[in-house]
Design a protein around this ligand. Sequence first.
Ligand code: LMR
Length: 330
Amino acid sequence: TRRRWTVAVGVAGVVGPAVLRAQPRLRLRLAHVVAPDTPKGLMATRLQALLAQRSEGAVVLDVYPNGSLYSDADELEALQWGAVELLIPSLSKFGRLGTAVFELFDLPFLFADRAAVRRVVEGEWARELFEPLQRHGLLGLGFLDNGFKHMSARTHPLREPRDYRGLRMRVQPSLTIAAQMRALGAYPVMMDFAATRHALARGVVDGTENPLTNFWSGRMHEVQRHLTLSAHGYLGYAVVANATFWAHLPQPERRLIEVALADAIAFGNAMALQQEQRALQALRDDGRIQLHYPSPEEREALRQAMAPADDALAARIGPRWVRAMRERAQ
Ligand code: LMR
C-alpha cells in the first residue's frame, strides 16, 4: 500500500536533502555499497538533491552509502521485499537472481571505449535486458557507468597471462568474471565489495580487479602493490526499483523521479569520467602502488587467454546473446 512506502526511517548516517519540508509526501530509500565520492555515490546524491529541489521537499530520498544499510549479499533481497525502494547494483550482481543476461557486460575486452558503451546501453536492445527482472518483482530504470576495470596484485606485477597462475583473485558474483580468472589459471573468490579491502589486507585474496574510482576510494592501493592498467572489462550499473512500489506511485511523482533519474544518470556518467582521471592522479601522487601500462601485445595476450569466458557464457544463455552483444559493442 501507499502508506508502507511513505514510512520514514530514522537511521544515523542518512544523508539529508538540501531542502526539507516538515512533512515529506514520499520517502524513498536507496542503498549502495561504495563511497559517496564514486560515480554511483555522486549520482545518488545528485538524484537526492534534484528530487528535493523539484518537489520542494515533498519527495525525499535517503541515501545509504558504503554498505551501511545493505551489502551485496542482501541488497537485492531487501529491494524485493521493499526494505529499500531503489538500488544501483553493478551489472555483475544480478546472477544472484538466476538472471545471467547481465553478465554479457562482463565479457572480456567487450567495449572499445565509452562511446561503444553508450551505443549499447542507450539502445532499445539494452532495455529488453531488463525484462527478466520483472519476474523477480524488480523494474530496471536505467544504466550508469563506472568505467573499465584494471587488475591488481600484492605479490608481483601482472603482465602476462602466466603471472595470474595460482593467484586468488576477488571477483564479483558473476560466473563470467570467474570464468575469466579461471582461464588465466587464477582462483576466483566471490566476495562482497565491503569485505574486499580487509581480505586483501589479510592476504585472504592476493589480487582483484576494479575501476580506478573504486580502487582509490576503497583504499586498495594501501593493500596492493601492483596495478596493471589492463582495462580488460567494464563495470556498469543498473538502476532498479521495487516494481510494486513503482506501480503504486502517483503519476506526477513517477514522472518527477523518471526525469530526475535521467538527469542524475547523465551527471553520474560525466562524473565517471572525471573521477576516474582524478583517481589515477591521486594514485600517482600517493605513490604507494606501482602502476604498470601494458603494451598492445600484452593486452592482446590477455584477451586471447580470457576468450574461453565467451563460450562459458554462451553455454549458459545461448550463443545468440553473446554474438549479439559482441556485434553491438564493436
Ligand atoms: C564491486 O563489487 O566490485 C562493485 O560492484 C562495487 C560497486 O558497486 O561499484
